[in-house]
Design a protein around this ligand. Structure first.
Ligand SMILES: [Zn+2]
Length: 253
């Protein structure tokens, strides 16, 4: 990668796996999309988005195929073997080399999944709605690698410091959680905020809890808050109208 602002996944998987999240730096878009906005649906000048995507593609091997998603905060997983028109889903999984799986975010959590041996990859757009409706569980269930041979890296998302939610969001998670011990652990992902009836929610902790419950123990990342760092990240919660970062993963042949 030569887009130097890119954040590379920090995990111990096969060197054939390439996984990264872009930042807002290094592109040509003007405020409020400055500057490396990679999304076409947010109101940015489409020619600038095309230029930004071209910059990204130029920094990577030219023979890669790209698959894009129409994300709907749902829990569907696209299983892809060949690039085609954008698919409506919030997660993507492939075993095919040189096929880039990617999701776009600005606060939601990008969850990267890879088989340790480099045979299979997935990436998940996990906002609270997707997390609550099982997008992580659905994705892992579509993978052929056993949980003990998978690793996960959590890319940049809004942190516990800034993600305030209402009681209805917390209840969604508590109701959807099975065993009493898991419910207790899930309760720990929400802490009463200074505002009455509101909670600070920890998306990273929720994701870790769900992944651990699925038998995955190699989990890294979760070190950023997109809201806190306005120089590096777009944040929907902070800015409303803003760009999107791209989180991408592929198997290098
Ligand atoms: Zn923060």
């Amino acid at each position: 990668m030569t887009v130097k602002q890119t954040i590379l996944a920090d995990w111990a998987v096969s060197p054939s796996i390439v996984a990264f999240s872009t930042t807002r730096e290094g592109g040509v878009s003007e405020p409020p999309f400055a500057s490396f906005n990679l999304a076409t649906h947010v109101g940015d000048d489409s020619l600038r988005v095309v230029s930004n995507r071209a910059l990204l593609k130029k920094a990577l091997p030219q023979h890669l195929e790209w698959q894009w998603l129409e994300q709907v905060h749902g829990n569907d997983v696209a299983v892809v073997n060949k690039a085609g028109p954008a698919l409506t889903a919030d997660a993507m999984r492939t075993t095919r080399a040189n096929l880039v799986c990617c999701v776009q975010t600005a606060d939601c959590l990008p969850v990267f999944v890879a088989a340790l041996d480099g045979t299979e990859v997935a990436v998940i757009h996990a906002g609270w709605k997707g997390l609550a409706s099982g997008v992580i569980e659905n994705t892992i269930s579509r993978m052929s690698t056993s949980a003990s041979n998978l690793a996960v890296w959590l890319g940049p998302a809004i942190g516990f410091c800034h993600f305030e939610v209402g009681e209805e969001v917390r209840n969604c998670f508590l109701c959807a959680t099975g065993s009493p011990s898991l419910v207790l652990a899930m309760e720990g992902c929400f802490v009463s905020s200074k505002n009455r009836g509101k909670f600070m929610a920890d998306l990273y902790a929720i994701a870790r809890l769900k992944l651990t419950a699925l038998g995955i123990d190699k989990i890294s990342g979760g070190d950023y808050c997109t809201y806190c760092d306005d120089g590096k990240f777009f944040s929907y919660r902070r800015d409303g109208v803003t760009g999107r970062m791209l989180s991408a993963i592929y198997i290098e042949a």
